[in-house]
Design a protein around this ligand. Structure first.
Ligand SMILES: NC(=O)c1ccc[n+]([C@@H]2O[C@H](COP(=O)([O-])OP(=O)(O)OC[C@H]3O[C@@H](n4cnc5c(N)ncnc54)[C@H](O)[C@@H]3O)[C@@H](O)[C@H]2O)c1
Ligand SMILES: O=C(O)[C@@H](O)[C@@H](O)[C@H](O)[C@@H](O)CO
Length: 320
């Protein structure tokens, strides 16, 4: 356990907060959880039981996992001894404004105050908060206990020390923190996901392809490439001797002439057709089996990538 991170508070124990809780406890932190949901204790117990095998697969010791997690009576109780507070409440500026004003008043003065927000920059909810230097975004991808990325996005008044402590914290958790240097709604990952999702929606609306085949296209091409080398290195490697420059000056130019990004219709009927197509393909509610399939596949990919990285670092070839 890292000396400066011993106790974490998780505010909001839904999809993201429960996953963070498991990851924090899996790394030996004492975790206090606060959420008004009436089934909080059961939800935490169920999540820890469900996620424990994932943590084991990632090499963590889950002995005593549940003993390190406590249900707090309220936010003040949850943050009282916190070194780190990770907020995972509703994606609402007003909610986060009110909550972080409370956190600044009630958490220890040294505590780092982090929001999991998917798209809201910290400056949007800290304008009226005097002590904003220790507030920033730590945006994970779902589920945080599996997905390595955490986008660390400082607000206009976030201190450099807080940014570094956030990077150190997420690194301690075995995550891959990426510091986003300029605030923009949606940060990086979600902006990229947003434009791909819009184009995919357009293609389904136009009858070019169904949702399942969009997924099959991504799983059998870009998903593999982007998980292994990312977008720019992928294009550089695909450009022959000329690398990325060739892609841009030749292939890119013809794409520019031929391809115009689709504009998905926001007509309710058109949107409903896509929703129905997805539900026809995958069911109206994500099944446990589909979630377990995702988890198995994601853990297999992460394990394989870790093995390659360990081999590479031994031979000095690995570039992160
Ligand atoms: N779901 C995702 O894929 C995902 C991924 C990354 C980040 N996020 C972000 O994480 C945050 C939470 O998203 P989620 O998907 O876990 O939402 P969720 O709806 O699953 O969970 C939100 C939780 O907040 C709780 N809550 C409501 N008011 C509260 C209060 N006053 N104090 C404490 N808890 C309160 C709710 O009871 C609920 O359990 C959002 O900001 C979201 O943008 C979501
Ligand atoms: O995909 C994710 O897990 C993240 O980008 C989330 O922040 C985001 O809310 C998505 O779930 C939906 O866009």
């Amino acid at each position: 356990m890292s000396g400066s991170f011993r106790t974490a508070a998780v505010i909001g124990a839904g999809t993201i907060g429960l996953s963070w809780t498991a990851l924090f406890a899996g790394h030996g932190l004492t975790v206090a959880v606060s959420d008004p949901r009436p089934d909080l204790a059961d939800a935490v117990a169920e999540a820890l039981a469900r996620f424990a095998p994932h943590l084991t697969a990632l090499g963590l010791d889950v002995d005593g996992l549940a003993d390190r997690v406590h249900i707090a009576s309220d936010v003040t109780g949850a943050v009282r001894d916190a070194d780190i507070v990770q907020e995972n409440g509703p994606e609402s500026v007003e909610f986060k404004k009110e909550l972080f004003a409370t956190l600044v008043r009630t958490a220890p003065r040294h505590a780092l105050l982090l929001s999991s927000s998917s798209a809201i920059p910290a400056t949007a909810f800290t304008e009226e908060i005097e002590d904003a230097g220790r507030i920033l975004i730590g945006h994970p991808f779902n589920p945080p206990h599996q997905m390595p990325l955490v986008e660390v996005v400082p607000g206009e008044r976030t201190s450099q020390d807080a940014v570094q402590r956030a990077v150190d914290f997420y690194t301690f958790l075995g995550r891959t923190p990426v510091v986003v240097h300029k605030e923009i709604p949606g940060f990086v990952g979600n902006r990229l996901q947003y434009v791909v999702a819009r184009e995919a929606t357009y293609l389904v609306q136009q009858g070019v392809v169904g949702p399942e085949d969009v997924d099959k296209v991504l799983r059998n091409s870009l998903g593999i490439r982007w998980a292994t080398v990312g977008l720019f290195l992928g294009q550089h490697l695909g450009g022959g001797p000329g690398g990325y420059r060739h892609i841009v000056t030749h292939i890119g130019k013809s794409m520019d002439e031929m391809v115009t990004a689709g504009e998905p219709s926001q007509d309710p009927e058109c949107e409903e057709r896509v929703i129905r197509a997805v539900e026809k393909a995958y069911g109206s509610s994500p099944s446990t089996e589909l979630g377990e399939l995702r988890d198995r596949r994601q853990l297999a990919v992460l394990t394989a990538l870790k093995q390659v990285s360990e081999q590479g670092s031994r031979t000095g070839e690995e570039k992160d």
